[in-house]
Design a protein. Structure first.
Ligand SMILES: Cc1cc2nc3c(=O)[nH]c(=O)nc-3n(C[C@H](O)[C@H](O)[C@H](O)COP(=O)(O)O)c2cc1C
Ligand code: SF4
Ligand code: SF4
Ligand code: SF4
Ligand code: FES
Lengths: 811, 457
């Protein structure tokens, strides 16, 4: 920092130098002096509403507000610690704040962690001089299914409304009325719909905003607080899990400025009920002769598996495959990768539910070990290119960063692909492509003579974010674009364990640390640490595994945290495969459709909050989490199960605790130099044919995912399932916005309300991946291709009546 | 009006038949100021306003020329001139008569002001309730467009100036200049944090000046008649003619034009003297926000500096006269109620303080106050004054503090006698304060299915 940009002055006699423009309240914090405040929040624009933060500034006759006044050179600033004026001023404001504040402390959720209560205890008078009538409101009112508002407690600090406007960008909660009748309210015609609403509860400095799920549950002083990391998406938000008598009471955002700042999304905050939901698997099970699942002992269950593996080996090689979902902790992913290669001696392994293009293995191995974009890079980027990703639905905290960049530094957001999704409000330009055309479009931006290319080539480091839905070669193309414009690329998968799975080599052809099975040197490096010979031929990916399984060529299919019957790109193929495989092992948290219909062996596992581990987010940042509560008695961690299976199969995986796994992972490390990016394959232009559409299945944040089971109030805020289509297509098919439409492929159909949009390329429809009774994958053919036709069923009015769900249920 | 005014300057066309028509207006010297302005450099216009010593007539008395010179130039953003025609201060009625009697005067002033600060777009933010003024102004604007005095080529000068009339939704706070800008932008009117000041970031974050109707309307006169014409009235620091509204216990309450600097007693005389049988007890020199003064102060001169010396402010030219038959506590309660009701709610001292003070005053006025309440009033006011976000909070305290300062015995008498000693006010228990249940807005629409979790009585 330039000396000229520093301002030197004193606070309570202590000299301090801070950058020009710093607010007094922030400067005082650096000295450890906390000036009382209610409206001030370091991540929100200053508002100066509560007038609690009074300080005395030399030469200023009036009291000054520390949260809106910037530092001035050579001035003596005095806080309540040394200034009578400041102290009295603060007491005066506090007294005024309590004029209309009810005596709710004994029954208020905020009690024990309430700035107003703390202030009143510290500086307030013992009795009140206010003897008149307090303002009355009905209490509480629900501003959304998961947030209650007690207007009598509100100090009108505007933190909640500023959060909605400035941070989440969905200002559906506002201040209404004037004077003492001013109140937080929602609009009569627009609901408070936000994926980030829980944050307003957390930043409310009083108990005016409370959550339906935590209400009357506990006090901050009788909960046990554990640092955790969210396992709902790849954002990697830091969380605080609070439990009481071994039960989770609530989750809060834990400040981590590099990642989630002070925020999280509602899924991360409220989505922990699946651990105690009725669907939770609490004991090992085996499918009996009668076709029903029955409880079994661990020994029984594990021996059943080893027997099946042995039997399969008799039949021949290559008849055992492993598919892991992307919810695993890093350590588990690593050990599953090792177990599959060394014990099962196969490379038939995947962690995706998509049918990934062949080039992806090479791309993923090229990604690991490179300097890729981070949250900070996104925030600083003048231009952000987003392809195959809808951040608000998939990685919500990344969406907040995009919003921050957009709002604070006017970052230009460019969306490449068939639709804008929730970026519609933020996008500066759109580069429309057919599904799968993203890679070519990204490459074309390198040499392009257009505004977007010009902006990319201008000063500053752009960020290129490539998601899972971008077509084959997009990551490579994105990397080439980023390199050409001195920017940063990042791969942003949706699920929390995806990056960890990639790092661990949980895919056919991929070894830990960005190594490739087909590369002799890479294989040798892994063999040295694993002390085994690895298969030399890259194995089958999910698509091939399922296709072979359906054809009767797989005997044992070990599924770890994945509900293939619902989530696989082709439901039809997945169900055919599951029906055919003699031994389906489900190692999972919940009794998913796959478990109930197909599992022969069921192994119960611990959830994230019930164990320790590490998780790597989309940036490649690895963070550790601790155990907050105990799981059900009989559950085991995924890695523990794998260690035991290995032992029963006559192998020693060489590790028996997390530390051991971490040490081995560190020993193996990443490849010394990342692999080169592959060549981008030529795009395959989809041709659905006359009157047919290519469908894009995009997951919504709040959907039928198993980890949302039991979160009733959270699910009540889910966005409705819609089929989005282009305005011209809609007109051609006589479909109007709001009409009920059948989306048909062969015998499969989904009935959805149509949403007509202008930001969709013609010939494409967007479906919610997992928000309907049957998932979007039910419409896919056995290659996962989604080509559909549309039939109009009813017009908007009837559709409304037909699909209106009773309150509190997901449509 | 007119006949009894002390002078006829800015009100020269008041009462002229058909002057709301542009032709008649021009026959009476209208648009001459604009013609002069078009011959001048923008800075010359500002210099003339500075030389004339025009001080803002909206309340604060900030020099208008100086304010214009602060408007950021050359930022590449459009510059806006906004006329504050909200006139909400209790007792004030001088902008509305001006707009109703001579609407073109304001339109011409806006064009000249626009030229002075290189603005191409002006807005008149008019109190919505002023419907007649609104009709006349829109007609005046339309005529000025027809004549080519507004639009792409003002009087053939090649300069552009557009003018838009905005009928504001209205609230007293929307007269505060930054709240006015929010309201003009279609937002809920609440004062903005300063800095940035409007001169740097005002309407739509562009350089902006906000001026009172009378301040703006004065400028064409100065250009037409020259600076000396303006400064023939008043003192060095308070120049020119002033439009005032004299109200209360005078024989002829009304809107008058007076020269700055006359003794305030003359204001009463111009309004026909005190009402029969009434004697002056106290008065507010410039609207409810200016501390009330006891009768003795009436001999002070009507200038910014002398009224400050006397312990109040010139304010908005609203002279409110109270006789010996008025109860000061009742008057103070009335104003406090006004501020309680008009507080925008943004900051704690004004929002909660007004609510509290109104109840305490109500108790005193209706006879159930205590002596401790008098100290409480003072202390609560001390906790508001200088701590509120905008000047409304300060204004809230001024009648109370001044009332206690000059008429403490009368407050004490209310407490001692348990009633209003003057007996002029009926008990006010029936009048509801704000301590009632409020409307629910959208909050009421949300199904409350989760408001009471199962098993929670
Ligand atoms: C609560 C409040 C209400 C105000 N109302 C008005 C008003 O109705 N008209 C007005 O001209 N100025 C009003 N003002 C003053 C304006 O903020 C601003 O100072 C004025 O418009 C500037 O114009 P001037 O420089 O010509 O006086 C008000 C100020 C406050 C704090
Ligand atoms: S509800 Fe809470 S956060 Fe919102 S304004 Fe009231 S006190 Fe502040
Ligand atoms: S953004 Fe992702 S990681 Fe963060 S809280 Fe939400 S689901 Fe969890
Ligand atoms: S003082 Fe505060 S509450 Fe009162 S009007 Fe101004 S900003 Fe609003
Ligand atoms: S914290 Fe400074 S005014 Fe609220």
């Amino acid at each position: 920092m330039d000396q000229d940009d520093l301002v030197t002055f004193t606070i309570d006699g202590q000299e301090i130098s801070v950058p020009k423009g710093t607010l007094i309240i922030r400067a005082a914090e650096q000295l450890g002096t906390i000036i009382p405040r209610f409206c001030d929040h370091p991540l929100l624009d200053p508002v100066g509403a509560c007038r609690q933060c009074i300080v005395e500034v030399e030469g200023m006759p009036k009291p000054m507000m520390a949260c809106t006044t910037t530092v001035m050179p050579d001035k003596a600033i005095k806080t309540h610690l040394t200034s009578e004026m400041a102290r009295k001023g603060q007491e005066g404001t506090l007294e005024l704040l309590l004029v209309n504040h009810p005596l709710d402390c004994p029954m208020c959720d905020k009690g024990g962690e309430c700035p107003l209560q703390d202030q009143a205890l510290k500086h307030g008078a013992n009795t009140s001089r206010f003897v008149d009538q307090k303002r009355r409101f009905d209490k509480p009112v629900a501003v959304s299914p998961q947030i209650l508002l007690d207007r009598e407690r509100c100090v009108l600090c505007a933190r909640c409304t500023r959060f909605s406007e400035q941070i989440s960008g969905d200002p559906f909660i506002e201040l209404f009325e004037r004077g003492a009748l001013e109140q937080v309210a929602i609009y009569e015609d627009e609901p408070y719909e936000s994926y980030f609403s829980g944050n307003v509860i957390q930043i409310c400095p009083v108990g005016a905003l409370t959550s339906t799920s935590y209400r009357f549950k506990a006090r901050p002083f009788d909960v046990v607080t554990t640092p955790s990391v969210c396992d709902h998406c790849s954002a990697g938000c830091s969380l605080t899990v609070q439990s009481r008598r071994g039960e989770i009471q609530r989750s809060l955002a834990r400040t981590n400025m590099a990642v989630n700042e002070a925020w999280n999304c509602d899924k991360g905050r409220f989505g922990f009920t699946h651990l105690t939901d009725a669907q939770r698997i609490t004991e090992p099970q085996l499918r009996g002769e009668d076709g029903a699942l029955r409880p079994a002992s661990w020994a029984e269950a594990l021996l059943h598996i080893t027997a099946a593996v042995h039997a399969s080996r008799e039949t021949g090689a290559g008849r055992v495959a492993v598919v892991a979902g992307a919810r695993l902790a890093d350590e588990d992913a690593y050990l599953v990768a090792k177990y599959t290669r060394t014990v099962l001696a196969t490379d038939d392994l995947d962690h995706r539910t998509r049918f990934a293009p062949a080039v992806e293995t090479e791309e993923l191995s090229a990604l690991i070990g490179r300097e890729t974009a981070s949250y900070a890079d996104v925030e600083a980027a003048p231009v952000i290119v987003v392809a195959g990703l809808d951040p608000e639905e998939e990685v919500p905290i990344l969406h907040l960063r995009l919003h921050k960049a957009w709002r604070q530094s006017k970052a230009r957001i460019v969306v490449v692909g068939p639709h804008l999704g929730t970026l519609a409000d933020l996008a500066w330009r759109r580069v429309p492509t057919a599904p799968g055309g993203e890679a070519a479009a990204l490459l074309a931006l390198i040499e392009g003579r257009n505004e977007v290319s010009d902006a990319l080539r201008a000063e500053g480091a752009p960020a290129v974010l490539v998601g899972e839905r971008a077509g084959a070669g997009s990551l490579t193309a994105g990397a080439a674009l980023a390199a050409a414009v001195d920017g940063h690329v990042a791969y942003v998968p949706r699920r929390a364990g995806a990056r960890g799975a990639i790092e661990a080599g949980l895919a056919a052809g991929l070894l830990p640390g960005g190594r490739r099975l087909a590369d002799d040197e890479d294989r040798a490096a892994v063999e040295e640490v694993w002390h085994t010979e690895l298969p030399t031929e890259p194995g089958r990916d999910l698509h091939a595994i399922l296709a072979d399984a359906a054809a009767g060529r797989i005997d044992v299919l070990h599924l770890i945290g994945v509900d293939l019957a619902r989530d696989a790109a082709s439901t039809e193929l997945a169900r055919a495969a599951l029906a055919k495989v003699p031994t389906v092992i489900c190692q999972d948290l919940a009794a998913t459709g796959t478990v109930t219909a197909h599992a022969d062996v069921v192994l119960p596992v611990t959830g994230r909050q019930e164990r320790a581990g590490s998780s790597t987010n989309w940036e490649g940042r690895t963070q550790r989490f601790a155990r907050a509560v105990d799981g059900p008695d009989l559950v085991q961690q995924d890695w523990e199960i794998v260690v035991q299976l290995a032992a029963l199969l006559g192998h020693d995986l060489g590790v028996n605790d997390l530390e051991g796994i971490r040490a081995e992972m560190a020993r193996l490390g990443r490849r010394s130099a990342p692999h080169a990016w592959p060549t981008v394959p030529a795009p395959t232009a989809p041709d659905p044919g006359q009157g047919r559409f290519v469908a894009v299945a995009r997951p919504l944040l709040l959907d039928r995912g198993t980890m949302l089971a039991g979160a009733t109030d959270l699910l009540a805020t889910a966005r409705p399932a819609r089929v989005e289509l282009n305005a011209h297509d809609a007109e051609e098919h006589g479909i109007a916005d709001g009409d009920l439409v059948a989306v048909v492929a062969g015998t499969a159909r989904l009935e959805l309300v149509a949403e007509v949009r202008r930001d969709l390329v013609p010939g494409v429809v967007v479906l919610p991946a997992n928000s309907t009774d049957e998932p979007a994958g039910a419409l896919a053919d056995r290659d996962g291709e989604l080509v559909v036709t549309l039939e109009r069923l009813a017009d908007a009015d009837d559709a409304d009546a037909a699909t209106r769900a009773p309150a509190g249920e997901v449509a | 009006m007119g006949a009894t005014s002390a002078i006829i300057a800015m009100s020269e066309r008041y009462g002229v038949e058909g002057v709301d028509d542009i032709e008649v207006y021009e026959q009476h010297g209208g648009y001459e100021g604009l013609r002069r302005a078009l011959e001048m450099e923008p800075t010359e216009i500002i210099d003339a306003v500075k030389d004339a010593g025009v001080r803002g007539r909206g309340g604060a008395g900030f020099p208008t020329g100086l304010k214009w010179s602060f408007v950021a130039q050359g930022t590449g953003k459009p510059i806006y001139i906004v006329c504050n025609a909200d006139e909400g201060e209790p007792g004030t009625f001088k902008d509305r008569p001006l707009m109703e009697n001579d609407p073109h005067q304001l339109v011409e002033g806006m064009i000249v002001g626009g030229l002075a600060i290189n603005s191409v777009q002006g807005y008149i933010s008019l109190r919505g309730e002023f419907r007649h003024a609104g009709r006349l102004l829109s007609k005046a604007i339309a005529q000025a467009y027809e004549k080519g005095y507004l639009g792409a080529d003002v009087m053939g000068s090649g300069k552009r100036f557009d003018l838009t009339l905005h009928r504001a939704a209205g609230a007293y706070i929307c007269g505060e200049e930054t709240a006015l800008l929010d309201s003009l932008e279609g937002k809920r009117g609440q004062p903005r944090l300063r800095p940035p000041f409007p001169a740097a970031k005002g309407l739509y974050s562009c350089p902006t000046t906000v001026n009172n109707v009378e301040s703006i309307a004065a400028v064409p006169f100065i250009l037409r008649h020259c600076v000396d014409w303006w400064t023939q009235w008043g003192t060095e620091k308070s120049t020119g003619p002033k439009l005032v509204g004299v109200s209360g216990d005078v024989a002829n309450p009304g809107n008058y034009e007076v020269p700055m600097g006359i003794p305030m007693r003359e204001l009463i005389e111009i309004a026909g003297g005190m009402k029969e049988g009434h004697e002056l007890k106290f008065f507010c020199p410039g609207g409810s926000s200016t501390p009330l003064l006891p009768a003795e102060a009436i001999d002070a001169d009507y200038t910014y500096e002398a009224v400050i010396e006397a312990g109040s402010m010139l304010g908005t030219g609203a002279v409110m006269i109270y006789s010996d038959q008025r109860c000061v506590v009742d008057a103070v309660l009335g104003w406090t109620r006004f501020y309680e009701h008009e507080s925008c709610g943004k900051c704690t001292p004004c929002r909660e303080g007004g609510y509290w003070l109104a109840q305490v005053l109500q108790r005193i006025e209706t006879g159930s106050g205590t002596l401790a309440d008098l100290d409480l009033l003072q202390e609560v006011c001390d906790n508001i004054f200088g701590r509120s976000f905008c000047a409304l909070g300060d204004a809230l305290t001024s009648p109370i503090v001044a009332g206690l300062e000059h008429f403490r015995e009368e407050f004490e008498a209310h407490v001692r006698e348990g009633r209003c000693p003057l007996g002029v006010t009926p008990p006010r228990d029936d009048i509801p304060t704000l301590a009632v249940r409020a409307r629910d807005h959208g909050n009421a629409q949300v199904p409350s299915f989760t408001a009471e979790p199962a098993g929670q009585a």
